[in-house]
Design a binder for this molecule. Structure first.
Ligand code: SIN
Length: 287
């Protein structure tokens, strides 16, 4: 069987048509899906009314799953392989710890020495309009730099920090950010990363990077700002408008993404994500 694909944007992304991810899938069929994942960097599966177990099981086809030890407050207690991204208040009425998850340009788990291969986000509820997610193609971002800039950044390492997200307006947000910094010390990652499966070079930067190793924040900021602005230019970006029961799979090794707050926050936005473990990358540096 040959899978049917529909391009999502010029820069990246494809929708996989007529596939039910909960149904048994041969090695050959999954091989085609994985090939499309490497080629398109993002795959969309619409109308997937799957159980949590089925979401986890399909994600395992991509590789071993993270149990989110680095983000203990954000995972589901009953399924540690699932990370919540929800604005649903806690039972005591206080804001959700994950209300602002993903609001910066980032690649999942870049602040650890086991950054993710890819993530599969399932939409349970989305607002009537907005709550979109942007994705940027980091191969294109790298390939369109000048030779001079490629040379300048070739050996740089960006220091990726955890706990940099916007905080919910209460004390638990501050405690959470402190805890994040304690659990996840800063990690230096190469700014130019070679994708382990395609062999292509991709830019590896984002808004969790505040400095380059061996440089001050003040010295680093103009170049970080330039690279992030360049990488996220409209022509390198796909904007996903969510529908209930979408599953979106993305390759964290060659994309950045950012969740937008462009919606009425009284409406529910509830997502759950599996995170596929990647190959080791980077090293811990003094905070
Ligand atoms: C994430 O960064 O994994 C969450 C993205 C989103 O909620 O759209």
């Amino acid at each position: 069987m040959t899978i049917k694909l529909r391009k999502l944007s010029y820069a990246l992304g494809a929708e996989v048509l007529e596939v039910d991810v909960a149904k048994p899938m041969s090695e050959q069929q999954f091989g085609e899906i994985y090939r499309a994942f490497l080629d398109s960097n993002i795959l969309l599966f619409r109308n997937q009314r799957v159980t949590r177990e089925q979401h986890i099981e399909f994600s395992r086809r991509f590789g071993e799953l993270d149990r989110h030890e680095a983000l203990p407050r954000d995972r589901r207690k009953d399924h540690p392989e699932l990370l919540m991204v929800t604005n649903e208040p806690k039972p005591d009425g206080s804001p959700s710890d994950t209300k602002y998850t993903g609001r910066q340009w980032h690649s999942d788990m870049s602040f650890t020495t086991a950054p993710s291969l890819g993530s599969l986000l399932r939409c349970y509820e989305c607002p009537e309009v907005g709550g979109d997610t942007l994705f940027a193609n980091m191969y294109l971002a790298y390939e369109t730099l000048s030779d001079g800039m490629k040379e300048l950044i070739a050996d740089l390492h960006g220091i990726h920090l955890s706990g940099t997200r916007k905080l919910a307006n209460d004390n638990s947000g501050v405690a959470r950010a402190e805890e994040q910094k304690r659990i996840n010390p800063p990690v230096a990652q190469p700014v130019v990363r070679v994708h382990p499966e395609t062999g292509r070079k991709a830019l590896y930067i984002g808004e969790k990077v505040k400095s380059f190793e061996g440089m001050t924040e003040e010295e680093s900021k103009p170049l970080i700002d330039y690279l992030v602005a360049h990488a996220t230019r409209a022509e390198f970006v796909y904007r996903h408008q969510w529908r209930k029961d979408d599953i979106l799979a993305w390759d964290n090794r060659c994309t950045l993404h950012q969740a937008l707050g462009d919606f009425d926050e009284t409406q529910l936005r509830h997502m759950e994500r599996t995170t596929v473990l990647g190959t080791p990358s980077g090293y811990v540096v003094a905070g």
